[in-house]
Write a protein that binds this ligand. Structure first.
Ligand code: FAD
Ligand code: NAG
Ligand code: NAG
Length: 338
């Protein structure tokens, strides 16, 4: 019997999470991950990696809850294990603050994070421009450590890794029986999904070890996220902006906005600046289809378009994608089936 050859395109947090799920669950498949960029050069590498999410408009809330919960539980187990420092996964407590009481007073994920509650008036006193807030403990997953850790886990499960750019699905169809598409923003050109667009984000990494709590403005534009080696301060959300260069005006605005929330940041040393393009889409695409390539019908499982929440949802959508891969395998013609 032939071994089923599976290829995963993408080495960001979505690609490696999916690769680990597939390789560990389906040892009878041969799994190869192909990407042109690897850590530390993916979008995932610079993300703050805080677990948090916005609601996507057209995906049933139950499915989004599953994605969040599966991710949270997976990362919480890592945070509580000896792997925590190597994997770059830590617990993080703090506050999300709002200038006006939001229409949705309780986000859908509030039941999955730890100790979610409204902030008290005395906690809010230090934020005079804000009149409502939520306090909770969530997880911070730092992909510059997490990606190499996942890669190691993938290789231990028998996975193989290749560095190259994929120019068309065609070129994968000769060597593989099933394609898993985790190419993020690359999907735009790879198969021409016009729905995918960049949302530019700029952040600074600063040295401020005295800061131990996150602060996030509910508008999503201003945040302070303490991490293992530095504090990430941000940010920007610029729709359709492809510029990867650091913008000094953005850096200045970020530091001003963040210092208003946390005055001690004026004493912090700037360690670096970074720009990433969130692979955005109205809804992330986690679904399967069959494509016809040179007379061969090839199953493709898509998993891309996570926008600003790819670190949060990576494991949950990977579990979902694994389910789709299993469905594809069941429907394969007997020749290719084990
Ligand atoms: C400033 C900023 C802060 C963020 N903060 C958070 C946060 O706190 N929490 C959170 O959950 N998310 C956050 N995000 C969002 C998060 O970074 C993304 O959602 C996530 O990184 C997407 O992961 P991905 O694996 O889909 O894409 P990527 O990390 O972009 O990986 C895409 C992969 O596909 C490969 N690829 C693409 N096209 C091809 C091709 N044709 N051939 C070969 N390989 C290809 C690339 O080389 C790469 O390996 C943030 C983003 C930014 C910019
Ligand atoms: C939190 O605050 C909101 C808005 O004022 C209110 O509707 C809600 O009942 C509060 N929740 C709790 C648990 O007090
Ligand atoms: C990934 O999906 C996008 C959008 O449909 C498509 O353009 C691209 O060709 C796909 N890539 C692979 C490897 O399936």
């Amino acid at each position: 019997m032939e071994t089923v050859q599976v290829v995963i395109v993408g080495a960001g947090v979505v690609g490696f999470s999916t690769a680990v799920c597939v390789a560990e669950a389906l040892p009878f498949c041969s799994v190869t991950l192909v990407a042109d960029k690897f850590s530390p050069d993916t979008t995932s590498d610079g993300a703050a990696g805080i677990l948090f999410a916005a609601e996507y408009p057209d995906i049933p809330l139950e499915r989004q809850k599953h994605w969040f919960k599966d991710s949270f539980d997976h990362l919480l187990a890592i945070a509580h294990s000896q792997h925590s420092p190597e994997a770059g996964v830590m617990l993080s407590s703090g506050w999300q603050i709002f200038k006006e009481v939001p229409a949705n007073k309780k986000p859908f994920w509030s039941e999955f994070v730890i100790g979610f509650r409204n902030m008290t008036d005395s906690e809010l006193k230090r934020f005079p421009d804000h009149r409502f807030g939520q306090a909770f403990t969530t997880i911070k997953c730092e992909c510059s450590s997490y990606l190499p850790w996942l890669e190691k886990r993938f290789r231990e499960a028998g996975g193989r890794v290749e560095q190259r750019k994929v120019h068309s699905l065609q070129e994968l169809s000769t060597n593989f029986d099933l394609i898993v598409n985790c190419s993020g923003l690359g999907s735009k050109t790879l198969v021409g999904d016009a729905e995918v667009y960049p949302v530019r984000g700029q952040v600074l990494k600063v040295e401020a070890p005295w800061l131990q709590h996150f602060i996030r403005d509910g508008d999503g534009k201003t945040y302070i996220y303490p991490g293992i080696h530095s504090v990430t301060v941000g940010g920007t959300r610029q729709d359709g902006d492809w510029r990867l260069q650091v913008d000094q005006g953005d850096s200045k605005s970020i530091l001003e906005r963040c210092s208003r929330l946390e005055p001690s940041l004026s004493r912090a040393k700037v360690l670096g600046e970074w720009v990433g393009l969130r692979p955005s889409r109205r809804n992330p695409r986690v679904e399967r289809e069959t494509v016809q390539l040179q007379g061969r019908r090839l199953p493709v499982v898509h998993n891309y378009g996570h926008g600003g929440w790819g670190v949060t949802l990576a494991w949950g959508t990977a579990v979902d994608a694994l389910g789709l891969v299993k469905q594809c395998l069941q429907e394969m013609p007997p020749r290719a089936k084990l």
